[in-house]
Design a protein around this ligand. Structure first.
Ligand SMILES: Cc1cc2nc3c(=O)[nH]c(=O)nc-3n(C[C@H](O)[C@H](O)[C@H](O)COP(=O)(O)O)c2cc1C
Length: 347
């Protein structure tokens, strides 16, 4: 079974497919579906209240006994809240924690001391080395084509083999991976699996608003925008990749160089009574009301290959089936790998 890699033993999952912990979007329903289907889910809990995190962990456990993790972002969370978030994860004995953005060695040390497996998503070789030195067990190498916040400047095709060569721990590929063929590519580039956001955003169980899912389906790979305008709640100059919409068009070509203090904090939506401002990093959720299609519609360049909203189990099954078929074709010297019409929109 070439698709079973050592990370499957570390994470105790059947398939080397990790569902990215997307803030707001990856809640208990999605994570339970992913882990039940044999992949590995992460609750996206950035800046969530500790009580909510505890309830979400309990909700996944009520649905499945398969392992899953929690995603937190130290750099984008007020320090006392971050400490409380990590405390609740450790008290609940979560299986793993996935951190993102700048490397926070203290957070890694606390999570390790609490008995967690630690994954760190990074965007450069330098940060990969720092995360491993801090004690991370698995590095997730995020390429520039990724949806959501984009940490680095190099594409997955180029970054992944360099990170895999630079660290001793297992590496997982992130950014642009949504198909079985891309899983095979990740394995051939030194990765031990793939970490997918966009592919799992477009599932029935994701908590994203339908307008976000539909925008993703309609978008081609040229329709994403890399900008640091959506900066409220994050450190200045934290770029994201979003699907182009009225908010990005309004930037008039000035996509980078924005500061949260310079932006006009106009309320355009609400979520459970909470105001949501234009250029906030909150994406529209099932519970968001207002001008939802003007918010940050995070999405990666692989949106051009994601053309259906399906249950998460189906997405995982399709990726695995396509990866196995691709490997089979390589073994039998069958080129091209698949008919052209299946190369796009195969999901
Ligand atoms: C809607 C959305 C929300 C995201 N939120 C987070 C987050 O809260 N924490 C995090 O570590 N990464 C987040 N990401 C980035 C993912 O971890 C991952 O790097 C990215 O989705 C991979 O690229 P892909 O979208 O091409 O699969 C988000 C991505 C998307 C699409």
């Amino acid at each position: 079974m070439p698709l079973r890699t050592p990370i499957c033993d570390i994470l105790q999952c059947h398939y080397p497919i990790l569902q990215a912990g997307m803030g707001g979007v990856a809640r208990a329903e999605l994570v339970a579906a992913v882990s039940t289907a044999g992949a590995y889910g992460f609750l996206g809990m950035v800046r969530e209240a500790p009580d909510f995190i505890a309830a979400q962990i309990d909700a996944v456990r009520a649905e499945t006994d398969r392992p899953f993790g929690v995603n937190l972002i130290p750099a984008a969370t007020e320090p006392s809240l971050f400490r409380a978030e990590l405390d609740v994860c450790l008290a609940r004995r979560v299986h793993s924690i996935c951190f993102f953005w700048s490397v926070d060695a203290e957070a890694v040390a606390r999570a390790k001391a609490g008995g967690c497996i630690v994954l760190y998503q990074v965007g450069s070789v330098k940060d990969a080395i720092a995360a491993e030195a801090a004690g991370a067990d698995i590095i997730i190498a995020q390429g520039f084509e990724a949806g959501g916040h984009v940490r680095g400047a190099v594409s997955s095709l180029v970054l992944l083999p360099q990170v895999a060569a630079a660290v001793g721990c297992p590496v997982v590929a992130s950014g642009g991976f949504a198909t079985g063929r891309s899983l095979v590519a990740a394995l051939s580039l030194g990765g031990q699996g793939i970490h997918c956001g966009t592919a799992f955003l477009a599932t029935t169980e994701s908590f994203a608003h339908d307008c976000h899912k539909n925008a993703l389906l309609a978008a081609g790979s040229e329709d994403t925008v890399y900008t640091d305008a959506f900066s409220i709640n994050w450190p200045p100059h934290s770029p994201v990749r979003v699907i182009r919409n009225a908010a990005t068009d309004q930037l008039g070509g000035q996509l980078v160089g924005h500061d949260p203090d310079d932006l006009w904090w106009e309320q355009v939506a609400t979520d459970s009574g909470r105001p949501i401002y234009r250029y906030s990093t909150d994406s529209p959720l099932r519970t968001t009301c207002g001008n939802v299609d003007e918010l940050a519609l995070f999405g990666g360049q692989c949106c051009g290959m994601v053309t259906t909203i399906v249950p998460a189990a189906r997405r995982i099954n399709d990726i695995i089936r396509e990866a196995e078929a691709t490997l089979h074709q390589f073994e039998n010297n069958l080129y091209p790998a698949l008919p052209a019409e299946q190369l796009v929109g195969s999901l």
